[in-house]
Design a protein around this ligand. Structure first.
Ligand code: FES
Length: 266
């Protein structure tokens, strides 16, 4: 933080209570209060950086882009999952403001949570295009119409910030639930006209920890900083799962193909 802010440019002060946990010394997480001077343009991330630079250099938290793109600064701010870089201290004055690690994830250190389980979920949905047929470079670009792009574009905006998982009561109850973020990414690929792996991904949707684990609370879409609407993705997969079941019951040969839309070929 610029020194002029600390030296007098800040008009107000706020107490920020940060949940601290250092496994080598702490038996359990405990809050620690810091007095932080702030101006109206100071984000919570900048406030944490002020604490680290001027008050306690041992404070640990994740960040990278500072502009709501990398998704690494997710944390609980006054008990709500938010990106620290796009949340402003002024909105919590006079405080105190509480900052805690993302709910429902194991704490690694201070505000840093363990993300290994989330990464495994993302890997499990085959998060890449698997073409229906092999293409060669000689065939040129794999073109799409604007309509084909519009089918999945919203779901491609996910930044993997995990706020939706911290807001999801079902994930809090069952850490094996595939969860809203992975389901949105799954929908992104299943709705892509260039992809041919819908049937593989639907096998995951049908499992006990797939779409039907969702209890339709909708918090995931409320907290999403990119308006990805993962609840919509989960609901669409419930519909597709039910249709799959029905078509399989009938022995219909199309039961594995209905998720793909080949219409509107360029
Ligand atoms: S620092 Fe990248 S999203 Fe906040």
């Amino acid at each position: 933080m610029p020194s002029d802010r600390a030296a007098g440019a800040a008009a107000r002060e706020i107490v920020i209570e940060v949940l601290r946990y250092r496994s080598e010394t702490d038996l359990k997480p405990l809050p620690q209060a810091f007095r932080v001077p702030f101006t109206d343009d100071m984000s919570v991330l900048q406030a944490l950086q002020y604490i680290k630079d001027y008050l306690d250099g041992s404070l640990s938290f994740r960040w990278s882009c500072r502009m709501a793109i990398c998704g690494s600064c997710g944390m609980m701010i006054d008990a709500q999952p938010k990106l620290a870089c796009m949340t402003f201290v002024r909105d919590y004055y006079p405080g105190p403001l509480t900052v805690e690690p993302l709910a429902h994830f194991p704490i690694e250190r201070d505000l840093v949570v363990t993300v290994g389980g989330f990464v495994k979920k993302i890997e499990s949905i085959y998060p890449y295009l698997i073409p229906k047929t092999q293409r060669s470079l000689d065939e040129g670009e794999y073109l799409q119409t604007p309509l084909q792009l519009a089918r999945y574009e919203t779901f491609s905006d996910c930044i993997n910030c995990m706020l939706c998982y911290a807001a999801c009561p079902q994930f809090g109850e069952n850490p094996d639930f595939i969860g809203p973020g992975a389901m949105a990414l799954l929908q992104r690929y299943n709705d892509d006209s260039r992809d041919g792996a819908q049937a593989m991904r639907m096998d995951l949707v049908h499992t006990d920890n797939g779409a039907w684990s969702c209890t339709a609370v909708g918090n995931c879409s409320e907290v999403c900083p990119k308006q990805v609407d993962p609840a919509n993705a989960v609901n669409q997969n419930k519909t597709k799962s039910a249709l799959d079941f029905f078509l399989r019951f009938l022995g219909h040969p199309l039961y594995l193909e209905h998720t793909a839309s080949d219409g509107d070929k360029p």
